[in-house]
Design a protein around this ligand. Structure first.
Ligand SMILES: [Zn+2]
Length: 183
């Protein structure tokens, strides 16, 4: 988001982003986040990332090719077997993941300041909830993600993890794709 040298416009643009940042929900392209909970053999991973990174665009598809791209992205983000690996021995199996759409935030919709910006510009996230059940939870040690391979536009994922070791914040990148977990 770029600030413009018009005080009113800048205030109108800045306020929503501050509110979003305070809620831990800033929309930054390349940056996703995951809330992860491991308890008693249940694993719940909630991924939120910009559609920019998961789909390639955040507006409605404009033609058949973009529509097809959107469908493919939806399948890719729901392909838990391709995206998540657990250490062998934990025996973790997936429940059907759920794509929760609708995370849209309008940007720059103040039309009264005389600046000719893109009125149709919106940002949007996708949130996907993955759930797994592990047959041998005491054997669970690691969760690996292929998100950075499947969606190379993603650069970082901030993780809030709660497991047997307590709560902590971690960051995943393409060079660090493993969450070490304490059952
Ligand atoms: Zn965006």
């Amino acid at each position: 988001m770029r600030l413009r040298p018009i005080a009113l416009a800048a205030a109108a643009l800045l306020l929503p982003s501050l509110v979003a940042a305070e809620a831990g929900k800033a929309h930054v392209h390349g940056a996703g986040r995951i809330d992860a909970a491991v308890e008693g053999g249940r694993i719940e991973l909630t991924l939120t990332a910009p559609k920019h990174d998961l789909v390639g665009f955040e507006r409605a598809p404009r033609d058949a090719a973009e529509q097809a791209h959107l469908v493919a992205a939806r399948q890719a983000v729901l392909d838990h077997a391709a995206l998540w690996r657990f250490n062998a021995g934990a025996g973790c199996v997936a429940e059907t993941p759920v794509l929760l759409e609708g995370g849209t935030s309008a940007a720059g919709h103040d039309h009264d300041h005389g600046h000719d910006h893109d009125h149709g510009h919106q940002h949007a996230d996708w949130t996907v909830r993955y759930r797994f059940q592990c047959a041998s939870p005491e054997a669970l040690r690691s969760i690996d993600t292929a998100l950075f391979t499947v969606f190379p536009s993603l650069q970082t994922i901030d993780v809030q993890l709660i497991d047997g070791g307590g709560a902590r914040a971690l960051q995943l990148t393409s060079a660090s794709v493993r969450l070490s977990v304490t059952p």
